[in-house]
Ligand binder design. Structure first.
Ligand SMILES: CCCCC/C=C\C/C=C\C/C=C\C/C=C\CCCC(=O)SCCNC(=O)CCNC(=O)[C@H](O)C(C)(C)COP(=O)(O)OP(=O)(O)OC[C@H]1O[C@@H](n2cnc3c(N)ncnc32)[C@H](O)[C@@H]1OP(=O)(O)O
Ligand SMILES: Cc1cc2nc3c(=O)[nH]c(=O)nc-3n(C[C@H](O)[C@H](O)[C@H](O)COP(=O)(O)OP(=O)(O)OC[C@H]3O[C@@H](n4cnc5c(N)ncnc54)[C@H](O)[C@@H]3O)c2cc1C
Length: 627
């Protein structure tokens, strides 16, 4: 049956131009062309094989990751790939590695918080990977509470140096990716102490390892923090522990764009808000939102294709059984996730725009949109990662028993993704930041200030205008409800950005109609889920609510014939998906059968351990044997 497309009939049902939808998903014809070229480059190269990842012991797994990262770098240079192409290549290699932190946080931290001179010194080295860096903020004792970090950087005016020190066990840096075994340098966050005065947390570039023999420099204790959740998954990363024993660095290694320490030991603050020290986190949160749709769409692609292949019950007169995708229950779990994948794609595009806009304003000393940018990046990071992590798990269940096999690709996808709910800000902690922003907005409406941007709608809610609220009073007591309000606010942003996307000119036969159906599914399924809230607040009557549910079911039927084509539009290769259930050709059963025999346990018919542990049981003489 090799070469047969088992999903061909499904593909024929499509009522829209799939190639045009691929462009919408990719963002542009150019993006699609780059993605196609780079994804093929990776898929065709056996050096990027990853189907054995969940079976490798940690040391082998990690060495393999180092090999792949080095090989990827070699190819990037040989082929003279642009920055855009190189980052696409890392994306399609699809293996979490120290390079993510080097390119994703170390370099952005220097760019965002270093002076021009510091950038001129450090960035060329980092771009050529002559130094490798990580982002060392979190400690054993504190992650969320950044102001609670304990590592100190004490200025020594005699030598013009900072002394970096870990005064307690809980001040040990703990978690930074790339730190454990690879990084030569770290942007390290520490409390700046001058003349006994604590000036709060600042970033410093600290060299950790020798560039000659990779051994830790004097005063540095560093290692890996151990195995993490799942096989393969995030264990390709060397999340690390780090302690400093009075390590000295030159004064000019404090990142000094936001605040400076002079030769005389004077602390000076630029005219920019001190929150810019948190700028790298804002950047990465924005990137995480842009990435969420990739992870969710990947799981949805697997579950949708498999749901069309899988048949269970309903045979009539000896005919084929029903494809499980035709069950309304399956559709009501799967299609809202398909719609969410598209919704997150568009909100991710918008957030990228917002971030660029804020950065341009900051250049011109306009800091007015920073609080909104913080609330949007924090809130959307929280919403999209939570829905994506839960969505991957739901897709596993949608694939029944076979979804639990590593060869379905879903267990590893979940294990590698789920920490996104925690890293770069615990999702609840981030929603509390959004809630605080919303409460602040309400208190300002009371004083007559008109809200703009993503909170403009609050100015149109009559009863909010009468509200007089103090941000702190009752906040902690009501925080669980406020978190729900923050989620609703973020969902509103996603819905409105989806609707704005539909107002654009979208070429391709039937493409816009499909997106309209998905947008409807997105907001109607949310309305259905939160029906109780809408009814309790009289925003909906029971009749409207029932009509909304009817409409939702009608949209499921509309999307059903297009489902396979809608996931084909993600344009994922079989190599990237790495899932037998999600194969493009739907040839699931023979491949599952074949893969089972490749498991190391099947290398011998009689397993290791039989003679020691099984045979004695079978041969034992028990009293009960006589019974
Ligand atoms: C496998 C999937 C990968 C997908 C990623 C793809 C691409 C990404 C690319 C590269 C990245 C590579 C890999 C990614 C993977 C893993 C990396 C993980 C790295 C980390 O995991 S790295 C550590 C991150 N660790 C945190 O994430 C800590 C969370 N904890 C905080 O972030 C703060 O600690 C907070 C906010 C909770 C409290 O802080 P606080 O106590 O100082 O503040 P407070 O609440 O008092 O706020 C005072 C005033 O600052 C404002 N404010 C606060 N934050 C702001 C900001 N960022 N910008 C602008 N304004 C801000 C407030 O709104 C308020 O404003 P106002 O006064 O006006 O109300
Ligand atoms: C895979 C992975 C990679 C990471 N990579 C890096 C890295 O490269 N660099 C780096 O510096 N760090 C990194 N981290 C650390 C990460 O950023 C922190 O773990 C994260 O910010 C959460 O902080 P925490 O661990 O202190 O959680 P905690 O704050 O201890 O959370 C524990 C619980 O307390 C709750 N909670 C905390 N504060 C509040 C509050 N104010 N109100 C209500 N509830 C609250 C949380 O919701 C959570 O349920 C990584 C973490 C992981 C898992």
């Amino acid at each position: 049956m090799e070469g047969v497309d088992h999903l061909a009939d499904e593909r024929k049902k499509a009522e829209f131009n799939v190639e045009a939808m691929k462009i919408v998903w990719a963002g542009s014809q150019h993006n699609l062309e780059v993605s196609n070229r780079i994804s093929k480059l990776v898929a065709d190269d056996p050096a990027f094989r990853k189907d054995d990842r969940t079976m490798l012991p940690r040391k082998e797994l990690f060495k393999n990751t180092l090999r792949k990262a080095a090989y990827a770098w070699k190819r990037i240079n040989e082929l003279r790939l642009s920055e855009e192409e190189a980052s696409k290549l890392r994306f399609y290699v699809d293996e979490t590695a120290y390079t993510d932190l080097h390119w994703g946080m170390f370099i952005p931290a220097i760019k965002g918080q270093g002076t021009d001179e510091q950038q001129r010194k450090w960035l060329p080295l980092a771009y050529k990977m002559q130094i490798i860096g990580c982002y060392a903020q979190t400690e054993l004792g504190h992650g969320s509470n950044v102001q609670g970090l304990e590592t100190t950087a004490t200025f020594d005016p005699h030598t013009d140096e900072f002394v970096i020190h870990s005064p307690t066990l809980t001040s040990s840096k703990w978690w930074p990716g790339g730190l454990g075994k690879v990084s030569t340098h770290a942007v390290t966050y520490a409390r700046l102490i001058i003349d006994g005065k604590d000036h709060g947390v600042h970033g410093f570039i600290v060299q950790l390892r020798s560039l000659e023999d990779h051994r830790p420099l004097p005063g540095i204790t560093v290692g890996d923090i151990g195995m993490k959740f799942g096989n393969g998954a995030y264990n390709t990363m060397d999340n690390g522990v780090l302690r400093f024993d009075h390590v000295r660095i030159p004064r000019n290694q404090m990142l000094m764009k936001v605040s400076q320490v002079t030769r005389e030991g004077k602390y000076k603050q630029s005219d920019v808000p001190r929150q810019l020290v948190y700028g790298t986190m804002v950047y990465v949160r924005q990137r995480i939102v842009a990435d969420a749709s990739c992870y969710l769409s990947r799981a949805v692609c697997i579950a949708t294709r498999y749901s069309a292949v899988r048949r269970q019950f309903g045979s009539q007169n000896g005919g084929p059984e029903t494809q499980v995708i035709d069950y309304k229950t399956q559709q009501s779990r799967l299609f809202p996730l398909l719609a969410s994948a598209y919704a997150f794609r568009f909100v991710g595009e918008w957030l990228e725009w917002l971030y660029t806009d804020v950065m341009q304003r900051l250049q011109a000393n306009d800091f007015s949109t920073l609080p909104e940018a913080h609330a949007c990046t924090a809130g959307l990071k929280s919403l999209t990662t939570s829905v994506t992590a839960d969505g991957i798990e739901e897709c596993r269940k949608l694939c029944g028993g076979h979804g639990y096999l590593c060869t379905s690709g879903l267990p590893e996808l979940f294990a590698v993704y789920v920490p996104a709910c925690t890293y770069e800000g615990d999702n609840i902690v981030l929603l509390l930041q959004v809630a605080r922003f919303l409460m602040k907005t309400v208190s300002q409406i009371g004083t007559g200030k008109q809200p703009v941007g993503t909170i403009a709608y609050m100015g149109r809610i009559e009863h909010l205008m009468q509200c007089r609220c103090n941000v702190q009073r009752g906040f902690a007591e009501l925080s669980a409800d406020l978190v729900e309000a923050a989620v609703a606010h973020c969902q509103l942003i996603v819905v409105s950005k989806f609707i704005e996307k539909l107002q654009q000119d979208i070429p391709g036969e039937g493409v816009k109609q499909q997106l309209e159906a998905l947008c409807g599914i997105y907001y109607l399924s949310l309305l259905h889920k939160h029906q109780g809230d809408f009814l309790a607040t009289s925003y909906l009557t029971p009749k409207q609510s029932a009509l909304a549910n009817d409409q939702l079911r009608a949209l499921y039927s509309k999307v059903r014939p297009n489902a396979i084509a809608l996931v084909d539009a993600f344009n994922y290769s079989d190599h990237f998906l790495s899932s037998i259930l999600g194969r493009y050709d739907g040839n699931v059963y023979p491949k599952l059968y074949e893969a089972a025999w490749k498991d190391p346990l099947n290398e011998s018919v009689v397993p290791d351990g039989y003679h020691e542990y099984v045979r004695p049981l079978l041969k034992q003489q028990l009293h009960t044997a006589r019974l």
